[in-house]
Design a protein around this ligand. Structure first.
Ligand code: AMP
Ligand code: ZN
Length: 468
């Protein structure tokens, strides 16, 4: 499997530190609002990559944090007049609901920054002891120039950056030795959440959080660190500086970054106000459609959000779901269990498409090409499998389709499941109407159920139903 490594700026063979195991860290959201679909892009693409690695037999430890201490959270808490933990807890729960809706697997560990402060104090102290950090009036800064490799991920040069920094020197940071230095710990302001430290009552900087959580749950050197490309600089560059200086070894062997989800050509973001939340999309579409839409592009290509592309994703997904239904039908109606004599050449049906799918995924997680292979496969299913195919053939065809869709995180039976729930609900409503002797309503509901292609049978054990 090859992946593009931002650190080396080329595609490389994925060679894990420990055979068969992958340690992966993905920077998670800052929880002060409902997540928008730009935030959903890294969640979906890296979840898909995780699923593929698991399919290939790797034991993946997947860590993705929640940044639950931040200016934006504090501001929102002040606006609402509540503790900032009320805001972060609320939006962590909402985020988890969105992730479940998008079928993003829960991380092996999903640490919250505020629960990892001890580790941050420890790493900051180590950096001070090693001369990589210094304290000034309660603030601790990282001494950027002391770290030899600074800029290796973002390919930035400190001296070039310096000139820019001088012009935009931020007030309140006059105590910095160098404009390129960044904050590891800052003293609290009135009303802010804070923790005791040897330097001041205060809170950690954002970058140190990820260095510490990655170390705690995955160790000093990990296989893959990932996030959106806006995190390359300064966040990931600073994480490298902190972790490598503190731990004395390489931080992450591979760095993966997704491109932006754009809208009308610019990055979707909270600050620009040009965003849709995952919740907005859920009101209109099954979130699987959003997931499928995201995967229809390669993760390193910018993707423009539009109604047309969402509709295309919906139609594409339906084609796949219909192929699955067709296979279910064929299985139920087939007479012969084993392959028929004239199915000889189909005994490995689907293998060539699965191979294509894998080749695409092996090539830097190219989900766009992988989905193209799924569509080719669907075409082959539609032209090969008929009502007179054997169960064995239909089952094999289905197994391979489900395998591909599982990797993409697409559930093919979902529609059926939700439909079933809807039917059960209508039946219950009809029973209620009958109990209340509102037969007109009961008949109306029955007609609605019939129109959905459902046959009702009133039996002694209650109402039974089946599809026509
Ligand atoms: P934030 O909550 O802003 O720290 O973002 C959480 C994650 O979402 C990070 O990995 C960001 O890089 C990513 N992200 C934010 N906006 C977008 C976008 N428009 N397209 C793709 N990724 C994004
Ligand atoms: Zn991070």
């Amino acid at each position: 499997m090859r992946i593009y490594n931002t650190l080396t700026a080329r595609k490389e063979e994925l060679v894990p530190i420990e055979e068969g195991k992958i340690k992966m860290y993905v920077c998670g959201p800052t929880v002060y609002n409902l997540i928008h679909i730009g935030n959903a892009r890294p969640m979906i693409v890296f979840d898909t990559f995780r699923r593929y690695m698991e399919y290939k037999g790797y034991d993946v430890t997947y860590v993705s944090n929640f940044t639950d201490v931040d200016d934006k959270i504090i501001n929102k808490a002040m606006e609402e007049g509540v503790d900032s933990s009320v805001i972060s807890e609320r939006y962590i729960e909402e985020c988890k609901k969105d992730m479940a809706g998008m079928n993003v697997k829960p991380a092996t560990y999903a640490p919250k920054a505020t629960e990892e402060i001890d580790g941050m104090l420890e790493m900051i102290q180590t950096l001070i002891d090693k001369g990589f950090a210094y304290e000034s009036n309660g603030t601790v800064y990282y001494r950027t120039r002391k770290f030899q490799g600074y800029g290796k991920l973002s390919k930035k040069n400190l001296d070039d950056m310096q000139s820019g920094h001088r012009e935009i020197k931020v007030t309140g940071e006059e105590e910095k030795e160098d404009p390129a230095d960044f904050v590891l710990w800052k003293p609290k302001k009135e009303g802010e959440p804070s923790w005791q430290s040897p330097w001041s009552d205060g809170r950690p900087g954002w970058h140190i959080e990820c260095s510490v959580m990655s170390k705690k749950y995955l160790g000093n050197t990990i296989d893959i660190h990932a996030g959106g490309e806006d995190l390359i600089f300064p966040h990931h560059e600073n994480e490298i500086a902190q972790s490598e200086a503190a731990n004395g070894c390489i931080f992450s062997n591979y760095w993966m970054h997704n491109a932006f989800l754009n809208i009308n050509g610019s990055k979707m973001s909270k600050s620009l106000g040009n965003f849709f939340t995952v919740r907005d999309i859920a009101a209109k579409y099954d979130l699987q459609v959003l997931r499928f839409f995201m995967l229809s592009a390669h993760y390193r290509s910018p993707l423009n959000f539009s109604d047309e592309l969402m509709e295309a994703a919906k139609a594409g997904l339906e084609r796949i779901i219909n192929a699955k239904k067709k296979l279910d039908y064929a299985e139920q109606h087939a007479e012969g269990r084993s392959f028929f004599f004239d199915e000889g050449e189909d005994q490995d049906f689907g293998a060539e498409y699965l191979a294509k799918f894998e080749a695409a995924m092996d090539d830097d997680c190219n989900t766009a090409d992988a989905i193209a292979a799924v569509f080719e496969y669907v075409r082959a299913i539609n032209s090969t499998i008929t009502d007179t195919s054997s169960t064995a053939l239909a089952e094999l065809a289905e197994k391979r389709l489900v395998t591909m869709c599982d990797i993409l995180g697409i559930i093919l039976d979902k529609e059926e499941e939700t439909l079933d729930a809807e039917i059960e609900q209508l039946i219950a409503q009809r029973q209620e109407a009958r109990k209340a002797k509102d037969f007109a309503l009961a008949d109306k509901i029955r007609d609605k159920i019939t129109a959905m292609g459902i046959v009702l049978e009133d039996t002694r054990e209650g109402v039974k139903w089946h599809r026509k």
